[in-house]
Design a protein around this ligand. Structure first.
Ligand code: HEC
Ligand code: HEC
Ligand code: HEC
Ligand code: HEC
Ligand code: HEC
Length: 286
């Protein structure tokens, strides 16, 4: 009996199977990319706002601190958006006729708050808190980028789960001294940009970010100045134990010239949990 299907149609069948497979994969990849695309995550987009508020003008230009407007960022989960009153502290006197500020004046006159469109907005099933991040040495710029250079606010990062996990798996690469969290221009330590840290009054078991003090100015230099100031006071006492016991114990500073060393030191002293603990589902989904 003649073959119903010859060799070539066999090959054709195989080919179409392969093709179907490829199309399915391509579709999957496209959907995945779509799900991660800025169009879905709104990363980088500048939404319409009632007033074109510029962080660049108010932060870089006028030198206002973040906490002046985002008052609860260190104490609560929510950083807070300032009420109209905060704007009127200045705009009752400055730029009082500017058309751009009409919605602010209207809000002040009527008592109706301005409705800002949220730029960052996690889904409700995710738990997030500013308090812990900020108090454990994560700077605003690590998550929000150079806000001081943004004429209009946009999201620097996707805020997707993978982004959170990437840091939770290895926080050491991002942690800085808590004294630097508002420093928009902070850069990782390097040979020519060292950081010195000292630990004092540490109580075991407590979160102790407060008991670590760090500086970007050579504390050795400052220490030498203090010592020389005391010289004339007790010239004879300096030789021997007397000086050592009368001078208050200076904190011992350790010098760091890379993010690796500094990060690991701070993870240790800020009592940061292990990556295993920090990536367990219950941390963010409660
Ligand atoms: C003069 C007040 C003021 C100061 C100072 C200020 N902000 Fe804002 N910030 C606002 C206002 C108003 C909004 C809401 C409008 C917008 O999104 O631009 C906002 C929005 C934001 C948002 C986005 C909120 C959202 O919808 O997701 C972030 C992030 C932010 N600010 C960070 C900072 C940081 C970091 C600093 C310090 C470097 C800072 N802000 C200083 C007033 C201020
Ligand atoms: C500490 C004083 C101060 C506060 C508080 C303040 N502003 Fe301003 N704002 C200024 C000054 C000064 C200018 C003029 C800046 C310039 O032209 O260099 C300005 C300019 C503006 C402008 C004009 C566009 C621009 O950025 O130059 C807008 C809009 C504005 N502010 C909105 C707001 C809003 C909304 C708030 C409250 C969230 C606010 N400002 C809080 C001082 C302030
Ligand atoms: C570890 C990352 C991270 C750091 C560090 C961080 N933020 Fe945020 N921020 C977020 C996330 C995530 C959201 C969105 C929260 C939500 O939708 O519930 C957000 C939202 C905001 C908002 C909008 C209002 C709110 O609370 O939802 C403001 C304002 C803000 N951040 C300011 C700041 C300031 C100022 C700092 C520095 C003192 C800072 N953030 C540090 C991740 C961070
Ligand atoms: C740049 C680093 C970084 C990023 C990005 C980051 N986190 Fe964290 N997160 C930390 C560190 C560090 C801690 C503190 C851990 C500790 O003290 O044990 C923490 C703690 C937490 C906690 C624990 C709070 C508590 O009280 O137990 C939650 C919840 C959390 N993060 C949620 C998130 C979510 C959600 C995102 C993404 C939207 C996120 N984090 C992004 C570094 C980060
Ligand atoms: C560090 C915080 C964090 C941890 C830990 C975490 N998630 Fe998430 N998860 C998120 C965030 C943020 C989102 C929202 C992502 C978005 O809006 O795109 C999310 C979204 C999800 C979603 C919704 C689908 C999606 O991808 O948007 C599921 C399902 C989920 N997480 C499961 C888990 C499971 C299972 C674990 C434990 C293995 C886990 N998550 C651990 C932060 C976290």
């Amino acid at each position: 009996m003649a073959q119903l299907f010859d060799r070539s149609s066999n090959a054709l069948a195989r080919m179409s199977l392969v093709l179907t497979g490829l199309i399915v994969i391509a579709l999957g990849v496209t959907l995945d990319q779509l799900q991660r695309s800025p169009w879905v995550t709104r990363q980088g987009q500048r939404p319409d706002q009632p007033v074109p508020f510029s962080h660049k003008h108010h932060v870089q230009g006028l030198g206002l601190q973040c906490q002046y407007c985002h008052v609860s960022v260190e104490k609560s989960s929510y950083a807070g958006i300032p009420p109209t009153k905060t704007c009127m502290n200045c705009h009752a006197q400055i730029w009082t006729n500017a058309q751009l500020l009409e919605p602010v004046r209207a809000s002040w006159a009527t008592g109706q708050s301005l409705t800002w469109t949220r730029v960052h907005d996690l889904p409700d099933f995710v738990f997030y808190s500013h308090e812990i991040h900020v108090n454990k040495g994560l700077g605003c710029s690590t998550c929000h980028g150079r806000v001081d250079q943004m004429p209009l606010m946009y999201a620097q990062n996707t805020l997707q789960m993978e982004w959170c996990l990437d840091c939770h798996r290895n926080p050491a690469k991002n942690i800085r001294p808590t004294s630097e969290i508002y420093n928009m221009a902070w850069e990782k330590p390097a040979e020519d940009r060292p950081v010195w840290c000292a630990v004092g009054g540490e109580k075991s078991g407590l979160p102790t970010a407060q008991s670590v003090s760090c500086t970007t100015k050579d504390p050795g230099a400052a220490g030498a100045e203090v010592a020389s100031l005391q010289l004339p006071l007790s010239p004879e006492g300096l030789a021997g134990d007397v000086a050592a016991t009368t001078l208050p114990a200076a904190p011992i500073y350790k010098k760091f010239t890379s993010q690796d060393e500094l990060g690991n030191f701070l993870v240790d002293h800020y009592k940061i949990r292990t990556p295993k603990d920090l990536t367990s589902c219950e941390v963010c989904h409660r």
